[in-house]
Design a protein. Structure first.
Length: 243
């Protein structure tokens, strides 16, 4: 597994910090290593902890987020900056500080997802594989055995706590790979992410059923369970299914 991206969350409002920390801890690639409740504390903790990324509020008393960004740019190890604020008016000035992203409160799942993807591409780029080197099997280690799965037989993959589960027509396998890592290995095949925790093989999709708030439930051939499709993925999923 690749090294995780370390994060310091900075916000003078405790509940905002707690909400953002909760959302970020959903991503295996991230590790929240600290919190700061003021600009001054943010600079000190950046010096001490040397995080890869600051998720930084702007409107704070005494030393605001823009001043923090300016200060940390003087450090030997300069962290990436993601401004996380309730105010859209500072966007232009924020990007003058070379911010990776600018996200608005209340935070939305897709917004966070896009930010994490940008950070991952910037800080932990995947090595480029030649097409000829793409394996035809997915190797899954279980105890002392390695099972080689045919991607065409895999119906869906999902994250369950700290384990990724791979469901084929016969059984369910467990792997310590992150969902993102499995997704990368299955990239040459017909898989699509329908939720931050689910990846499905489009060849097995039987039916999309409307649910609520723009979300859908997905039915697969040969399976009784329904999988939740986040409303953020519905439009792109339908495009793929209707090709």
């Amino acid at each position: 597994m690749r090294k995780r991206i370390t994060v310091l969350v900075v916000d003078d409002e405790r509940f905002s910090r707690e909400e953002l920390v909760f959302l970020l801890k959903e991503y295996e690639i991230l590790e929240v290593i600290g919190e700061a409740e003021s600009g001054e504390a943010a600079v000190m903790k950046t010096l001490q902890l040397q995080p890869d990324v600051l998720f930084l509020d702007i409107e704070m008393p005494k030393m605001d987020g823009l001043e923090v960004a300016k200060s940390v740019h003087e450090l030997k190890k300069v962290p990436e900056i993601v401004f996380a604020t309730a105010y859209p008016d500072f966007a232009v000035e924020a990007f003058r500080h070379e911010a990776v992203d600018y996200i608005l409160k209340p935070f939305e799942e897709e917004q966070i997802n896009q930010t994490v993807t940008r950070l991952e591409r910037r800080l932990r780029p995947e090595p480029i594989m030649e097409k000829s080197s793409v394996p035809s099997k997915l190797a899954v280690e279980e105890e002392e055995e390695i099972t080689y799965l045919n991607p065409a037989d895999i119906m869906y993959v999902f994250r369950d706590g700290r384990v990724t589960k791979i469901v084929d027509q016969m059984r369910t396998y467990e792997t310590k790979w992150s969902l993102k890592e499995v997704e990368k290995r299955l990239e040459p095949f017909s898989f699509f992410r329908i939720h931050k925790s689910y990846l499905v093989n489009l060849q097995y999709v039987k039916r999309l059923v409307p649910w609520f708030n723009g979300a859908f439930q997905l039915e697969l051939r040969g399976r009784d369970e329904q999988l939740s499709v986040s409303r953020n993925y519905v439009k792109e999923l339908r495009k793929h299914l209707e090709l």
